[in-house]
Design a protein around this ligand. Sequence first.
Ligand code: SF4
Ligand code: SF4
Length: 289
Amino acid sequence: MIIAVAGGKGGVGKTIIAVNIALLLRDRGRVMLVDADADNPCVEPTLRSIGVTIENVEEVHRYRPKILEDKCDLCGRCVEVCPEHAIIIIPGQRIMIVDTLCAGCGCCSIVCDRKAVQEEKVLEGYIKRGRAANMDLLISELKPGEKRSYVVMTKMMETYRGELKRYDYVIVDSPPGTGAGVFSILKNSDVHIIVTEASRLGLADFRKIMKLKEEKLPQKKTIVIVNKYDLNLEVTDEIERYCRERNIPVVKIPYSDNIARLYMTGRPVVLENVEEKKFFEEILRRVVS
Ligand code: SF4
Ligand code: SF4
């Protein structure tokens, strides 16, 4: 079973949910915990008190085109095929690639008869393999200063898709938002845990991700978590009403100093003797029921 833990916006508590559910699932089978939030991978620090062993680190590269101006005759063929409009020609003078727009598709190189487009390899990030508390870990991590986290995350999910099938449970801590990478994770999962928080911004992002799911993936089993639900009861009521109308179960977690403190010190809630464990056990019941 693949369980995606997603949320419209960052900082709503996705990683806390993913880590604690993964730990609870160890009693039921073989578990792989995947950190797909390459921009801000938090699984490793969230588990640090129990010890994370990183066994392998792979580099992820992307393709970057470089135009050799002495070979280029400014024919413009590459400009016509570039899907990102990343190539600019100043007629009769010069050609430029805007790196921040380039998606690295390689089309410019394919169409250039004069072999004026050279391919460069750029280190974009890392895929880490490791273990913690009897679970396997797979972590995507963007190289500092780089911007294309989706390249690292997508490479990880594509490379390991086959291997993930060997686990009884795979928990994927998804990146925030509703981009193509998040959609691909949701599409390839059996259960969606959608995490939101009781704020107006949280509600707006919650509606966005639920709309995406309703339109494109209406059949997937879904559980909604309202984190810190007591911070804005009006918003919590709205989320509950939305879910009630669609028969989606909701688990509400109040603001808790205990959860915040344990998170800051890298100690998973379900391994501590605290009352807040019950919220994660309730989520698990909903997931496996
Ligand atoms: S296709 Fe090649 S020769 Fe033509 S403008 Fe692009 S880089 Fe220059
Ligand atoms: S690699 Fe693709 S996106 Fe980048 S400049 Fe070339 S055609 Fe455009």
